[in-house]
Design a protein around this ligand. Structure first.
Ligand SMILES: [Mg+2]
Ligand SMILES: [Zn+2]
Length: 178
């Protein structure tokens, strides 16, 4: 293998309950971790994947929250067992023409160059089709988290992160030396 394998994780709807459309997790109290997240991430790590969050947080450019809040949320996620290695955000607005707002792959490409990742050995787990598009554009494997049947370009679907982790490790994982 030519580099580190990552699992790119969308945040809202994968690690924590997804806020309503056009709403943001703007303070710690808004953060509700989904069941099985700590176990799912542990299993992914054991399967050889470095967990990296890639999240659109347009609320920052809208003034709904700031980077300090995002860092506090990271700390809270880690404290509740979501053992994530790094967090990447697009904080731009829709009209900013950035290259990092998913479905564009900029966040994944930045992480890949900073962490020496092998993108074909990496995967993305997301609950929106824009996540899946970003994963495909970066040349990664993809799993869509969905509560029911969904039209998707993802290679697989799973009902939650734990299910996605099982699948990913069975399909693409590497045994870690004891
Ligand atoms: Mg999401
Ligand atoms: Zn951006």
């Amino acid at each position: 293998m030519s580099g580190v394998s990552a699992v790119f994780l969308d945040r809202d709807g994968v690690l924590n309950r997804r806020p309503a459309d056009h709403c943001y997790v703007a303070k710690i109290e808004d953060l509700q971790l989904l069941p099985g997240v700590a176990q799912g991430i542990r299993e992914l790590r054991r399967g050889g994947f470095t967990p990296i969050v890639v999240s659109n947080q347009r609320g920052v450019s809208l003034g709904e929250l700031d980077m300090r809040t995002l860092r506090e949320i990271e700390a809270e996620l880690k404290a509740t067992g979501a053992d994530v290695e790094a967090f990447y955000y697009c904080t731009h607005d829709l009209g900013d023409r950035c290259d990092c707002r998913k479905p564009l792959p900029g966040l994944l490409l930045s992480a890949a160059s900073e962490w020496g990742l092998s993108l074909p050995d990496s995967l993305l787990i997301g609950d929106s089709e824009s996540d899946i598009e970003a994963g495909i554009a970066a040349g990664c494997h993809t799993i869509r988290v969905a509560s029911g049947p969904t039209r998707t370009r993802a290679e697989y679907t799973a009902s939650d992160l734990r299910g996605a982790a099982h699948l990913a490790v069975a399909r693409w994982g590497t045994a870690q030396p004891p």
